[in-house]
Design a protein around this ligand. Structure first.
Ligand code: FES
Length: 106
């Protein structure tokens, strides 16, 4: 189970995703508002931006150079734990992962 918190107080959604799928795919399948994912995971849109909560952020592999570059194009301000959810691969060890959605993707 992945917990997604909206930019407004009290907004919380839970999604379940299959191992090997991305967090973006799980969120889109669950119609989570706040994840746009216009490029479908090709790492060209930066509209799947999320803020990963501690201590989870440290458990993810660091962003690739390509992801790092695209994180410079997020609509909402980039923060230290900003990631592209299409690059977060779901696995058992990430069960319980918590992310905050940015106020906007555009
Ligand atoms: Fe486009 Fe992640 S879905 S960059």
């Amino acid at each position: 189970t992945i917990h997604l918190y909206g930019p407004h107080a009290g907004q919380h959604a839970e999604v379940k995703g299959k191992e090997g799928k991305s967090l973006m795919e799980a969120a889109v399948a669950a119609n989570i508002e706040g994840i746009a994912a216009d490029c479908g995971g090709l790492m060209t849109c930066a509209t799947c931006h999320v803020y990963v909560r501690a201590p989870w952020a440290q458990q993810l592999p660091p962003p690739s150079d390509e992801e790092n570059g695209m994180l410079g194009f997020t609509a909402a301000e980039r923060q230290p734990h900003s990631r592209l959810s299409c690059q977060i691969e779901l696995k058992a060890a990430l069960d319980g992962l918590e992310v905050d959605l940015p106020p906007t993707q555009y």
